[in-house]
Design a protein around this ligand. Structure first.
Ligand code: NAD
Length: 478
């Protein structure tokens, strides 16, 4: 375990030998070794963090957009300067290849920079006289204290997606990272202590119970969660008691629709590279490939060759395409999905097994001969497992793509413009890519339809998400 970046007051909490209360343990998934145990914050500790955020909001909520933007830009510069430490922390605790982790940190700095700019662009209707003798205007105001709860697959990126717009809009925050991967968020909170005023960013470490305490707290005006659909439901129910605003980024089961007129070999290569990125633990990963009948055999052949060429290995090794899954539990979950698919009559064309080595590695796996209502097609595996289905017509293709509860992302691979227009319109997903998959622009919104949740991350829409509109009406006297 490296010690260099893990110094400073916040790490006293991280390192403190837990004496009482419940404990979480963060691991290195590439070895299965524990990194550190820490005590889950109690409801009282959550309340104390909310109290600090409430106090800080009195001042922070009145800063100008330019003042907030300046601090967000400083955070971005500091994050970029410490990119290697952050990338290594992410590799150590999440098991993602170092190259990918480095790319993510650079991207995270850009999220901060974009939100610094977006903070300075007001979104409001024009002031004017809509009733005779009265002038109306709208104000966009922060909500107050917001609770941010993040998952384990992109720990720092998810934190930045939420933190940057929340702070840009003038809120103060209490942030709870996943109990499995708190390391990079801890590092960030430490860095932010030197930049942000006291109490603006508050970190609480803990598991679902700690998250639940944050959701239940009446002074928290909004909760933004990225996590599982089942967690989203619990959060929505709990938040209803205090009628706080809820933003949910939940699971996905992204289809990639491949037509015979697409350059099949190139498409196979791109879908293989993106389907197994981050060991498939990506809610937008193309994990359901649906291929037009005429192209099925040649595409499947090219895809399996591309997948067999992917290297699953040590995340510190620059040649690894993907590393381990996050935990023993997740490994067993992935194995369970593959086993049940086999028993239901599916064909495992590539991989299908855990890898016999320390840590939690699973082979890149391709499964065919599946039916639309099979569990492996309907439910999110969140591991290196992709299914391929065959479709006889455009209508069948569309029905298969839309025939799941999730609605986060989809892609269409074709050179036919009319078909592209029809599919981008009729696919019920929050992001639809044409001839690519997985690429995001910070200027554009990201969020799900259906069971994938509601609310938008990124873009100016995210600032709207973390703020509220007030109508002010002035009557001329005399
Ligand atoms: P999870 O739902 O188990 O946990 C997510 C976070 O919620 C963690 O911090 C956890 O401690 C907390 N939590 C758990 N129970 C809670 C409760 N009752 N109240 C409040 N907080 C609670 O999800 P995970 O396993 O960490 O992440 C994987 C899931 O996240 C996958 O389903 C994946 O699809 C989804 N995900 C979605 C997106 C997206 O943008 N849509 C991005 C990444 C991951």
């Amino acid at each position: 375990m490296p010690t260099a970046p893990l110094a400073g007051p916040l790490f006293d909490h991280w390192r403190a030998a837990p004496e009482n209360g419940t404990v979480s343990v963060a691991h290195n998934p590439a070895t299965g070794e524990p990194l550190a145990a820490f005590r889950n914050a109690t409801p009282e500790e959550v309340a104390s963090a909310v109290e600090k955020a409430t106090m800080a909001f009195r001042t922070w909520g009145r800063t100008t957009p330019a003042e907030r933007a300046t601090l967000l830009l400083t955070l971005a510069d500091r994050l970029e300067a410490a990119r290697e430490d952050f990338a290594r922390a992410e590799t150590l605790n999440v098991g993602k290849p170092l190259g990918l982790a480095r790319e993510e940190i650079a991207y995270d700095a850009d999220v901060l920079r974009f939100m610094a700019g977006a903070a300075r662009i007001a979104h409001a209707g024009a002031a004017g006289e809509y009733l005779d003798g009265n002038t109306s205007m709208t104000r966009r105001e922060p909500l107050g204290v917001v609770g941010l709860i993040t998952p384990w697959n992109y720990p720092l990126m998810e934190a930045m997606w939420k933190l940057a717009p929340a702070l840009a809009a003038g809120n103060t925050v209490v942030l709870k990272p996943s109990e499995l991967t708190p390391l990079s968020t801890l590092l960030f909170a430490q860095l932010a202590r030197e930049v942000l005023p006291d109490g603006v960013l508050n970190l609480v470490l803990g598991d679902g119970a700690t998250g639940a305490a944050l959701v239940e707290h009446p002074a928290v005006r909004m909760v933004s969660l990225t996590g599982d659909v089942s967690t989203g439901r619990k959060v929505a129910v709990a938040a209803s008691a205090t009628l706080k605003r809820v933003h949910l980024e939940l699971g996905g089961k992204a289809p990639a629709l491949v037509f015979a007129d697409a350059p099949l070999e190139a498409v196979a290569g791109e879908l293989a590279a993106t389907g197994y990125l981050n060991a498939g633990q990506d809610c937008t990963a193309p994990c359901r490939v649906i291929v037009e009948d005429a192209a099925y055999d040649s595409f499947t052949d090219a895809y399996c060759k591309a997948v067999a060429g992917l290297r699953c290995g040590d995340p510190e090794d620059e040649l690894s395409h993907f590393g381990p899954v996050i935990s023993q539990r997740q490994l067993e979950r992935v194995e369970g999905f593959v086993e049940r698919a086999r028993s239901a009559g599916a064909c495992v064309l590539v991989g299908g097994n855990r890898i016999d080595r320390p840590g939690w590695f699973h082979e890149a796996t391709v499964i065919t001969e599946v039916r639309q209502d099979d569990e492996i097609v309907q439910r999110e595996v969140f591991g290196p497992v992709v299914t391929i289905q065959r479709a006889g017509s455009d209508d069948e293709m569309l029905a298969m793509a839309n025939g799941v509860d999730y609605g986060l992302a989809a892609s269409v691979w074709t050179t036919d413009v009319s078909r592209s227009l029809r599919f981008t319109r009729e696919l019920a997903f929050g992001t639809v890519w044409l001839n690519q998959h997985l690429v995001l622009a910070n200027e554009m919104p990201f969020g799900g339809f259906g069971q994938s949740g509601y609310g938008k991350e990124l873009s100016a829409h995210a600032i709207d998400e973390y703020s509220q509109v007030k109508h002010v009406m002035l009557k001329a006297t005399g």
